[in-house]
Design a protein around this ligand. Sequence first.
Ligand code: ACO
Length: 465
Amino acid sequence: MVQKKQAAAGPDTEPKKRRRVGFSPADTGVEANECINIYLVSSKEEVDSPDISCVKPVDLNDFIDGDGKIYGYQGLKINVWINSISLHSYADITYQSTTNGEKGITDLKSALQNIFAETIVENKEEFLQTFSTQRDFIRNMVSDGEVMQSGATDGSSNNAEVVSSDLQVIRMQIGSPNAGLLYSRLVPLVLLFVDGSNPIDVTDPDWHLYLLIQKKEDKEDPLYRIVGFTAIYKFFRYPDRLRMRLSQILVLPSFQGKGLGTYLVEVVNNVAVAENVYDLTVEEPSEKFQHIRTCVDINRLLAFDPIKPAIDSAVQTLTKGKLSKRAQIPRFTPPLNAIEKVRESLKINKKHFLNCWEILIYLALDPIDKYMEDYTSVITNHVRSDILGKDIETPKKQVVDVPSEYEPETSFVVFKSLNGEEGNTNVQVDENKPDQEQQLKQLVDERIREIKLVAEKVSKISPKA
Ligand SMILES: CC(=O)SCCNC(=O)CCNC(=O)[C@H](O)C(C)(C)COP(=O)(O)OP(=O)(O)OC[C@H]1O[C@@H](n2cnc3c(N)ncnc32)[C@H](O)[C@@H]1OP(=O)(O)O
């Protein structure tokens, strides 16, 4: 796995005479992000092939103990190959020399094990063999899983670029035979590509994996490969319902942007509806995932007739007069019965529905340019009350910056209020007002940008929207 290479000596690199000094220069280390390249490959021919480009992980520095740097090597280069069929990996490590300086020599083996654990294979030949010996790993692992979807969904897999007839979504309860082993091989991918994620607890049977499998006809037996997956937690809601929480979702880098994330979300939505859970929520969605999820849900909401009268009524109020001139702008939230119907029928929870509601109104305003000023006042109103709402809900403790001769970041006091009035501090301190207005405007601009992005996307997919 480790090879020591001589420094390349070309015509321009004629060895120059160097003055010998009694000490070596300080070792500043090299960032893991700079010296490690990751490649996802599905055949042994792809290993070392110049045609295969490396994929971009979240942040490799996080996996190196200390400051994220590797010390003690000159000319270090680590190429990690991940077999996307068997999920084994192999690290090809090369460097010119090592120096045992002040920071020592980083133990590369244990650093790589922090990420790849037991999936890493020491010997290259052995790794190359996994393409044939473990060819049916995924097929064997999912053989007792439950097929939740085969081929296209009823929804908008009009998006998917990969032929949907090759796709299957298979569900496995984490406690079932094979699911734990399969997930343990997926963990390196989770760590590498899902920002801020932690492995799920494979001893908790309430976790389910939804595996997005591509089944390719190949010689006599089809070849199964994982192109994505999501981990969903099913938990109890008093008195007699279950809720689903999507906690991790990954589409492998080379398959991203082809509609597969959308496809997986559609399948999970269908399961939530079919199993009549209380609702489906998402744990800390990334901005990109939130966008995809919102696009999917807007399409579902546009086709959901029971909320149409409520949208029409909100649009009527908004288009009646100059809202932005009014002293008090009404809050454009959906009626409670609409919130309830959407949760019960589509399994969309209230918080996410409120986000979608703003977009539904935007889409219904025609022509939007005529009403944009009023619409922006509505969004400003929502953003402002979101901020105030959050402040009011915070515990009765707050951190206040105080003038100090010390480091500004370390100078603050925490005080506890007895009556909880601190919630409004942000809006009461007049000195900060211009600053607050500026921040509010930024948040509103950001929100309008998100709304427009979803609206454009949805209109492109279903131009009638
Ligand atoms: C709870 C959590 O886990 S949050 C963390 C989410 N996970 C991650 O961030 C891990 C890394 N990222 C990923 O795994 C994936 O990118 C996901 C899961 C976020 C999304 O999956 P993808 O398959 O890439 O999404 P999908 O292809 O459906 O949509 C992404 C974009 O591709 C576009 N797209 C969809 N189909 C096509 C197509 N046929 N051709 C070109 N582009 C397409 C979509 O329009 C969308 O673009 P948009 O952002 O402009 O709307």
